[in-house]
Design a protein around this ligand. Structure first.
Ligand SMILES: *[C@@H]1O[C@H](CO)[C@@H](O)[C@H](O)[C@H]1NC(C)=O
Length: 436
């Protein structure tokens, strides 16, 4: 799901605190807290709510991050105020809506917190197993789970939603197709969970390109080729249309991680952030035309487009302009990923919180992860996200379950109910729900 640069893994280990005292931003008190309550020097254990007390620096500190932001005017200690909304509270429809930088449900605040489970609909799980898996996620505090609403294949096998033959695609409406996704929706609903559903990803996009234009063709033809866009819209019409009146769906994402390049395919030299922006406008407007109930986002990793910036996530090279895209009228919230949270998470999150407040739409961290030392790292980091005042939401890491037939897939980031990090995530979710 996410890639870690080996040298960053080493750095993660090297800067992991080994002192008994609680490090900066670490938890030092609260219900269920069994660890240390004394903070490192120059930090005060500060009560935030019944769930969390936290070691907060007595003086503003600079981040230890090696990540250099071009937006360094946004200091990590700043507390961005959320944009107040002048719009009337939404009616009681049961659909999650947005109001300024908040998510709402029936006019009240809806706390988006949760996890990823790309596998829930694609592993051939029984309804009982799906139910168990969602029950585990709910136990971890998830209100919202991000999953995959696509699987494009060239030969029928297992669960798939669209079967390609030459340049034509047929949506699989049978029990191994969208009827399987009906079960995912039902199991989520039974556990009080809402779903963010991605409609393609980098590999899925490449199937459209290779089937319609030819193998080895640039990835970004997905965004510009008229036949490909029509094929994608045809899939959206069937899949999105099927759930247009289903409140269990929180929202649709155009694709997981759209970029100019795919994971193994190239980009044309003409692909720029504007390419993806134009496509995102067109496809999001199309979704709204057949489903006006649900929220829509791109599903991107949150790259900025500041040519000449010192670090690559800010340089525009991947084909995403987060600020420009967030302002698109048919997009309701923004998303970003933070694959190495400890080394470059802080400024990256602060910058997205700034974008959130400037544009006045909510922003979600959708993937984050470390593969080692998760409880310590996540405790420090999630506490910081919580107390920062940034008000970004988080549906990160990967959910896992121990099912009767075996454990669900472990991508290295997976948190099972018996993983040490499970209670960390659980406390964070509880604290977020408590937060006014
Ligand atoms: C929201 O309103 C809908 C429609 O009236 C209702 O079915 C649903 O139970 C409400 N949900 C909550 C959480 O209040």
């Amino acid at each position: 799901m996410m890639k870690l640069v080996p040298s960053l893994v080493a750095l993660t280990l090297a800067i992991t605190p080994t002192l008994a005292a609680v490090p900066a931003w670490g938890q030092c008190g609260g219900i269920n807290h069994k660890g240390e309550t004394t903070c490192v020097s120059d930090h005060t254990c500060t009560y935030l709510n019944v769930w969390y007390s936290q070691c907060i620096p007595r003086v503003a500190t600079s981040t230890t991050s090696t990540f250099t932001s071009t937006r360094s005017s946004t200091t990590v200690s700043s507390t961005a105020s959320s944009t107040s909304s002048t719009s009337a509270p939404p009616a009681a429809t049961g659909f999650v809506k947005t109001s300024g930088t908040q998510f709402t449900l029936n006019g009240s605040k809806y706390t988006v917190v949760g996890t990823n489970s790309y596998w829930i609909g694609l592993s051939g799980l029984s309804e009982t197993d799906m139910n168990q898996a969602f029950a585990d996620m709910a136990k971890g505090g998830a209100t919202t789970v991000r999953t995959w609403g696509f699987n494009d294949v060239k030969s029928a096998n297992g669960i798939y939603y669209q079967l390609w033959s030459g340049s034509s695609a047929t949506v699989n409406t049978g029990s191994t197709g969208v009827q399987n996704f009906d079960k995912v929706v039902a199991a989520a609903k039974a556990n009080g969970i809402r779903l963010i559903v991605a409609l393609s990803d980098y590999g899925g996009m490449d199937v459209y390109v290779s089937q319609i234009v030819g193998s080895g063709q640039p990835h970004d033809l997905f965004y510009t080729n008229a036949d490909i866009k029509n094929a994608f819209k045809n899939y959206i019409k069937t899949f999105v249309g099927r759930y247009a009146n289903e409140p269990t769906i929180l929202g649709w994402e155009l694709a997981n991680k759209p970029r100019c390049k795919g994971s193994s395919s190239t980009a044309s030299s003409s692909c720029t952030p504007a390419t993806v922006t134009v496509w995102a406008k067109e496809i999001s407007a199309y979704i709204k035309s057949i489903d006006s109930n649900h929220l829509v986002a791109i599903g991107d990793e949150g790259f900025y487009n500041t040519p000449g910036a010192p670090t690559y996530p800010y340089q525009g090279g991947e084909g995403i302009d987060f600020d420009v895209n967030l302002a698109i009228s048919t997009l309701d919230f923004g998303t970003f990923h933070s694959s190495n949270i400890q080394n470059w998470g802080t400024q990256w999150i602060a910058d997205h919180a700034t974008s959130q407040n400037r544009v006045g739409k909510p922003v979600i961290i959708e993937e984050y992860g470390v593969t080692t030392n998760k409880p310590t790292v996540y405790d420090a980091w999630l506490s910081q996200v919580f107390s920062s005042g940034w008000q970004v939401r988080c549906t990160g890491a990967q959910a896992g379950s121990r099912l009767p037939g075996g454990s669900t897939h472990d991508d290295g980031y997976t948190i099972y109910p018996d993983s040490p990090a499970f209670s960390t995530v659980q406390s964070h979710a509880a604290a977020l729900k408590e937060r006014a």
